[in-house]
Design a protein. Sequence first.
Length: 709
Amino acid sequence: MLRISDLCEALEAYQEPEQVAEVYRAYLFGAEAHEGQRRRSGEPYIHHPLEVAKILADMRLDYKSIVAAILHDVIEDTPFVKDQIAQEFGEEVAELVDGVSKLTQVQFESRAEAQAENFRKMMLAMAKDIRVILIKLADRLHNMRTMSAMPPDKRRRIARETLEIFAPIANRLGINSVRLELEDLGFANLYPLRYRVLSESMKKVRGNRKEIVGQIQTAISGRLQQHDVEASALGREKHLYSIYKKMVEKHLSFSEVFDVYAFRITVASVDDCYRVLGVVHNLYKPVPGKFKDYIAIPKANGYQSLHTILFGPYGVPIEVQIRTEDMHKVAEIGIAAHWAYKAGDSSSGAASQAREWLRNLLEMQQSAGNSLEFLESVKIDLFPDEVYVFTPKGNILTLPRGATAVDFAYAVHTDVGNACVSAKIDRRITPLRTQLLNGQTVEIITAPGARPNPLWLDFVITAKARSAIRHFLKNLRHDEAIVLGKRLLNRVLAGMSTNIEQIDQKRLLALLDEFHLDSLDSLFAEIGLGSRMATLVARHLVPATEGAGVEPSPQTLTPQPQGPLTIKGTEGLVVTFARCCKPIPGDPILGFITAGRGIVIHNESCKNVAEFRDKPEKWVDVQWEKDVTGVFPVDIRVDVANRPGVLATVAAAIAEAGANIENVSILERDGQFTAITFTISVHNRKHLANIMRRVKSVESVVKINRTRS
Ligand code: MN
């Protein structure tokens, strides 16, 4: 069993004594935190984080990663919180541990194959510091090594997840040693039978091969020596999972895949790589078309080597990889080479290679910003412009960063967006404008008859949401404008003792033609939106001579609407209430037509009314309908004596009177008094009077009045 002293010994090879001491301190802290907890296999829990730390120490990761690895389950499984870890071991370590815990909370269970790539991206995006991923990979690796105590179905699930999510991430980051082990363990646990059959066959064949392998190795080494190249040539065995994959993907038999002899030749310099290539091509004939130069053009994950296939003795194919030692290190631990060789001399080939590669990786992801800056902080954000969130069914949606619950709703379906009323993020009710974060589960609550709010346009960021909202509002507005326009026109026509149904059809068509309109509805809509004056249209429709057989009079020249237009408050987007004076039913009101926006209703006493005084043609005579239902916002100012809890008392009085408080703001405050403005929603003036009476009866209230800005 691994002991802390073994870990410290491994660390001493590349870290300062005080850094190793810090790791020891973390061990004591972790052992105490996990005290009494045991793993399924029965051993003390701390054994697991210790092993995880050792995996990372073998990659020569910096001591902070090692400390975080030892503490990686502390937030998740013990009462300790992030702040306590920050206090003990600093902010950086706490961030790492917190990052690992967050990844652990994401559930990857049995998702569709097609989603795997999204999951990988989500994991990478969630980890601001790539070391979080390295710790998570080591955690998974140790869990895979110790899975035998688990029930078979759980083993299969975790194995599948490992093959679909974690091994590809390790591959993506170039951490080959971890990737290969994860793959073989995943394979063994997902398909135990196939694994056993394959490894049995491999054992059988291995004996027969030994001789040929030795023969080839001697031949290669001898030839290299002749040419004075310092190199080590090693026969290597293919991993079971890669053999299995090749068999499945290329429909080959075991012997077809396995009958390949693989060698790796490691040299000191890049020049030597090409020299060795020449030497082996001289020794055995190369298979045409199989040579690959991954030195000149590295793989996306940073891997570099020369690959070639030769015809060996007895016609057996020989796969040869040729690389420098630095390339080999990077091939083994990939991105981790950045930390492993950071402390040492920067001229180290592996370090600069890792650095170079990180830069490429970043460029590949088209990351914004300065890549040097990135290298300084060693923070990585591979997908800076996206967030990944779950639907309640576990599907992943990719949205641009800054997307809100409304964007999410429209991404699910336009109908969902149009009918959404609220959202649950991670099962908690949240405002629709909330910006989403990686890994959250978002549920949209819809209601029949609900419709988009124009205010959403202020915060949605996806084109789909924006255009769907606009489209909906435009249609809605159009429908409402038709209804209002017809009312406005008929009101004027009524003053001329006629109505739209009685208008001569020919005259009507001529008018539509003149105005370039395709239908009567379009005419109504233009009137309703205020783009055309009802009086002018009426004059066109009813010629002066017709006015019931009498001489043209000023009355018919400038038709006057008969009676005021009644307002219900439910006219929709084409009748709006001015925010400056907030009229409520019972107030004397005036309407003002704005081209393209319909009618805005003001309080007669509103200051802004004076401004429009010289445009009487824009005014519409309006009045409230008898029984207006619904609520209207209004502002009241309450002056109170400063006393603890006074705000709550006033708020309670308002609520008791049956009104909602929509907004509260403190206007002024001095030693004795505070002036507060409440925006409340009321039914009408009578309702408002009731509320004000009630508030006034509160002891600390000095003064109360309705305000109009
Ligand atoms: Mn763990």
